[in-house]
Design a protein around this ligand. Sequence first.
Ligand code: AMP
Length: 235
Amino acid sequence: MRARTDLACWQGSQGRREEFAVRVVLLGAPGCGKGTHSEWMKEDLGVPQISTGDILRDAVKAGTELGKRAKAYMNNGELVPDEVILGMMRERLAQPDAAAGFILDGFPRTIPQAEGLDGILGEQAVQLDRVIKIDVASDELVRRLTSRRVCPNCKAVYNIGFRPPKKEGICDHCGEPIIQRDDDTEETARSRLTVYESQTAPLIDYYKANGLLAVINGNRGFAGAQAETREILDL
Ligand code: AMP
């Protein structure tokens, strides 16, 4: 992996930018900390965080066609169909900011999505640099999901147990009231974890086979996971 010091070099021409782009996938069960770690990684790497969950929630809120198609799946804790997600991501990855690299949070989530991503990147003549899987014990995941709160405006992630905002109920970054996601109830959280095991966990072997996978321990709290990630990315 290229270090942040190298990234400073690419701010000049578009060609250099492309040369030093960093493309990372964050993998792991719902509640493992993908969103939380994306927050500092996007700053350090200078690349956008692309969260399919955030894009879909915004679409549901705006009442777009995509949102209407996705809503029932999301409320039931099921996956939105692969062709919908791949169409959405093909568009998102073609945006100019993604040429500088990206952190993918919550995508891919199935083998067909991973194959689709390989195809999209292949068309752009680029490839992934790293897939970082965050390991967290399953009983801890339910606890984290049900006590999670998010900012609907800037998407910052909090936890009322161990990562609360400075002022109760208010986002530290933008001052909006934070909320509990509709799908962070215990029942839906448990369904999402079952869906993860059956449909997303096979990606671990997929990315192990092509040598991209690195696994970090997310059970030891934020700082431990951050330090391991920094080491993997040479940050
Ligand atoms: P997340 O914010 O990543 O936990 O995603 C919330 C919900 O959005 C999931 O439970 C799915 O219903 C849907 N979703 C997000 N990303 C994907 C994806 N890559 N494939 C299918 N469904 C997704």
